[in-house]
Design a protein around this ligand. Structure first.
Ligand code: C2E
Ligand code: CA
Ligand code: CA
Length: 883
């Protein structure tokens, strides 16, 4: 596990040592200021020295609580040295050093902390580029100053000007300013940007102070300039203090992968160009080139060459890295469960994963360059085009289904998850994750396969209610069971109260959409102005799956011919007890009514059990609100075992609810209820505090604790603060906490990723829970801030079913590991499963075989028993503990 290193390379000095240095230097200033001075501005000198002393002390104190203490420590030191140098140059008896030169070392020192404010890794990756840019800027700005002076004053300057204190100060100040400007440009996120802007302000004030000092220097003893420079220097320290005080949360700097801004990249060239033009103007005006200009111009050309060389080299390295990461991406995509197709803006295929050959019988080479719609059923093309090309208003992905012709001539039903990355400048493509959902051959118009007796609906041509009754009678005659009914209500299709109805084309369009998601043998009916029904072969669970698909095709965000419709559906099984078709229809209608009450998009199954469950749910929902205060909740801990070290590396905290009436309630039942409201955040906070405190108290420094975090808690924006609080209260170091999130959260809005990055800077590790149960394949997770992958139990189930599954399993485990993640396999129950995982060289496991979730009181014993459980391959004594 590799917690991210928060900043760039470590600095050699600790903040406290910096502070001691700063204080000593400031004391030196005091002493020097007290010395007899040739000028009569001793009071001003003393004031400046005291101000520097107080300012740097305050900055250092604030720095201790900031997120980048060394940065502010170095700043305080740099400015103190600058102030000291300037004061010494002025007050030291017999000094001939210009004050600006005295301040120079300190100014250069302030460039040291600068690089620590840059996004992590910038300095490491771009050191050579930054150095050449800065030198180029320095030379160009000096050239500009020289050339404009000559143009304006009409007087030629000698070579000695190059060593003039004022000019050096001007150059250094300008380059320091520009470099800070670069910094502000390249740090993107809010807080750090504000901090950097304040630091920039401080540097500006110092520049003003320096220029004023230069004036004071030329006429020693002229106090107004000196007073003004003191004010500017004090302002600089004040601004710095504010910056250090503001810098309290680890900021969100620009991602290291982000390209530097265009302005930042072109600034050195722009400066060189300006200098060149000014030189040209000078030559045109005076007919020749001055000596200092020639020297600086030659130097500038050399630096420009060096800068170009460095940029070219960096560009070449970047291309190589890109090529490597692309081949890694391809490897990941190849191992993904879903097939991936990448489309350009005109929907032509630019890349397809090799598995597409299985899906549609054509190799990727035969697909590239072709329009993706070519193999799609003509009836489905319009819907597919709309799904692909309509801009995605919400952040989420969308799913679309279409019939696709296999090379063998048969139709396959393919469901695709569409990621619109056309706006992403690095990708500019649509990415489709395709899945074959054909059970049997997909139908070309479904209802045509079977035409029962009865009438038909005039608008759609579909069989009507009497046909449904006839169809059901036929099924019941044939024995009944083995069939199920879906009844679908479409809100918005007609208004019974006002006697209005949508135009007939809408119903026709709907009928087309529905038939697209049907399987062969499924029969679609229009049973009322707003009702459809499907009679299908299969269990009620099949009916539910179908109902969900039907409802999704009318989702609130899928306008049908411009109309916003919604649907709800009820399902029921055809049972052996059904004597009359109407009994079946009535049950389906009841379930549909209950779905309508529940809201648009809902699907309800008719059953007595469902009715009871709904009641129980209602009761639990009410009681859960008080469970915490009534002390009915507790945590149990299940070890995650490291097979390499033969011990538990962490424990996962799992919630338990002891309900006074219903007894033990599984989190699988009550967590979804809590997720319906902000309640889940309160519970999550409690879990975080309790679990971190419990594990901190165990005195096992190698043991981490994993906490499950609900999606809603992550989205609430409070997670970061809650984690900090829990860590502070328990004293547990951040790197001993793991947060388990589900994959859907990770694909959420950008602020989630920002929060996760901030958490990782605290050392906290992020785990993806239940991996393998959702939509995503590993390809999704590349580049997300993830340290641990927890493979769902289902994943293990496939391991024992043969060598092909084992090979798949091995490759996924290997891939996770090679992406730098720790992979935990959950639900290891049998010695054989453990042996298989061991044979694959797998390292982290969790499951009843090694340890059940354990009460805190018994946890130490359970942890101690793990080596024995590993040897026995089973932990019998904990197996029957009921929690
Ligand atoms: P999960 O995060 O996947 O937790 C693992 C579940 O698998 C736990 O069920 C654990 O008891 C069970 N388990 C562990 N080893 C085995 C095994 O070998 N075989 C089998 N069959 N099961 C095993 P549990 O405790 O019932 O928790 C269910 C789910 O409830 C958790 O799934 C998690 O998603 C959620 N949950 C539990 N505690 C919390 C919590 O504090 N906060 C949140 N947000 N969710 C929680
Ligand atoms: Ca979990
Ligand atoms: Ca899990």
């Amino acid at each position: 596990m590799n917690p991210q290193v928060p900043d760039g390379p470590p600095l050699p000095t600790t903040p406290s040592r910096v502070a001691v240095g700063a204080v000593l230097l400031s004391l030196g200033v005091l002493v020097s200021a007290a010395l007899p001075s040739p000028a009569d501005d001793l009071g001003v000198g003393l004031l400046a020295a005291v101000a520097f002393l107080v300012g740097s002390w305050a900055t250092w104190t604030a720095a201790r609580r900031s997120s980048h203490p060394p940065v502010w420590g170095w700043y305080a030191l740099g400015l103190t040295v600058a102030g000291t140098g300037a004061t010494l140059a002025l007050h030291l008896p017999g000094s001939t050093v210009p004050m600006t030169v005295g301040a120079l070392p300190g100014m250069l020192l302030t460039l040291v902390p600068l690089q620590r404010l840059l996004p992590p890794g910038t300095w490491r990756r771009m050191r050579a580029q930054l150095v050449t840019s800065l030198l180029l800027l320095l030379v160009a700005s000096m050239l500009c100053a020289l050339a404009s002076f000559e143009l304006v004053a009409g007087r030629r300057l000698g070579l000695s000007t190059l060593f003039d204190g004022t000019l050096v100060a001007l150059g250094v100040t300008l380059s320091a300013l520009v470099s800070l400007g670069l910094l502000v440009l390249s740090t993107t996120a809010g807080k750090v940007r504000r901090v950097a802007a304040l630091a920039l302000g401080a540097q500006l004030a110092v520049a003003v102070a320096l220029v004023l000092i230069a004036f004071a220097d030329e006429a020693r003893g002229t106090s107004p300039a000196l007073v003004a420079s003191t004010v500017a220097a004090v302002a600089a320290l004040g601004l710095l203090l504010c910056a250090a005080l503001l810098d309290t949360t680890p900021g969100t700097p620009a991602s290291p992968d982000e390209a530097p801004s265009v302005v930042a990249a072109l600034l050195p060239h722009l400066a060189a160009l300006t200098a060149g033009l000014l030189l040209l103007a000078g030559v045109l005006a005076s007919g020749s080139l001055g000596a200092p200009q020639s020297v600086l111009g030659g130097l500038g050309l050399l630096l420009l060459f060096a800068h170009q060389t460095v940029s070219w080299r960096d560009g070449r390295d970047l291309t190589r890295r890109l090529q490597r990461s692309e081949s890694r991406f391809r490897a990941v995509v190849r191992a993904a469960v879903d097939q991936v197709v990448i489309l350009d803006g005109r929907l032509a295929i630019t890349w397809a994963s090799p598995g597409m050959a299985d899906l549609i019988g054509r190799t990727p080479a035969r697909l590239v360059g072709r329009d993706v719609r070519v193999a799609v059923h003509p009836d489905d093309r319009a819907a597919l085009t709309a799904a692909l090309l309509t801009p995605q208003t919400d952040a989420g992905d969308r799913t679309t289904t279409a019939r696709v012709r296999h090379d063998d001539g048969r139709w396959r039903l393919v469901q695709a998850l569409v990621r619109d990355l056309r706006q992403d400048p690095d990708i500019e493509a649509l990415v489709l994750y395709c899945r074959d959902i054909t059970r049997v051959e997909a139908p070309a118009p479904a209802q045509a396969t079977h035409q029962p007796a009865g009438g038909s609906d005039p608008e759609t041509g579909l069989p009507d209610r009497s046909a449904l009754v006839a169809g059901l009678a036929e099924v019941l005659d044939g024995g009944g069971p083995g069939h199920a009914l879906v009844q679908l209500w479409v809100t918005g299709l007609a208004d019974a109260h006002r006697g209005t109805a949508a135009p007939p084309e809408v119903a026709l369009d709907l009928a087309g959409r529905f038939s697209r998601v049907l399987r062969t043998g499924d029969r679609l009916f229009r049973v009322g102005p707003q009702e459809f029904a499907v009679l299908l072969t299969g269990a009620v669970s099949d009916a539910e799956t179908l109902a969900h698909r039907l409802v999704a095709t009318v989702g609130a965000d899928v306008p049908v011919l411009g109309l916003r419709l919604s649907a709800s559906a009820g399902t029921t099984a055809v049972t052996a007890d059904d004597l009359e078709p109407v009994q079946v229809v009535r049950r389906a209608a009841m379930a549909m009514a209950s779905a309508r009450t529940a809201g648009p998009g809902r699907v309800r199954r008719h059953s007595v059990a469902a009715l009871i469950a709904a009641n129980r749910q209602e009761a639990l929902r009410t009681d859960l609100a008080h469970a915490l205060e009534r002390d009915e909740l507790r945590l149990v801990y299940q070890p995650v075992v490291d097979l390499a070290l033969q011990r538990a590396g962490s424990v996962e905290a799992l919630m338990r609810w002891q309900h006074p009436v219903w007894g033990a309630i599984s989190p699988a039942e009550f967590i979804p209820l809590a997720e319906e409201s902000a309640m889940v955040t309160t519970l999550g906070r409690w879990v975080m505090h309790t679990a971190t405190a419990a594990v901190a108290a165990l005195h096992r420094p190698d043991l981490s604790v994993a906490v499950n975090v609900a999606a809603r808690h992550v989205r609430s924006g409070q997670l970061l603060a809650d984690v900090r609080d829990a860590l502070a209260a328990s004293g547990l170091p951040g790197d001993r906490l793991v947060l388990e999130l589900t994959e859907s959260v990770l694909l959420d809005e950008a602020h989630v990723t920002d929060d996760l990055e901030a958490l990782r800077r605290l050392g906290v590790r992020i785990a993806v829970d239940d991996f393998g149960t959702g939509w995503s394949s590993l390809a999704y997770l590349v580049g997300l801030p993830i340290d641990v992958l927890k493979m769902d139990r289902q994943f293990l189930a496939s391991v024992e079913s043969g060598p092909r599954h084992q090979a798949l399993c091995r490759s996924v485990l290997h891939l996770g590991t090679s992406l730098g993640m720790d992979v935990v396999v959950e639900g290891v129950e049998t010695p054989r499963e453990l042996q298989l995982l061991r044979d694959m060289g797998h390292r982290f496991v969790q499951g009843f075989l090694l340890a059940r979730p354990t009460e805190l009181g018994r946890l130490e014993d359970t942890l101690d028993e793990i080596p024995a459980a590993l040897h026995a391959g089973t932990a019998d004594d904990v197996r029957e503990v009921v929690l």
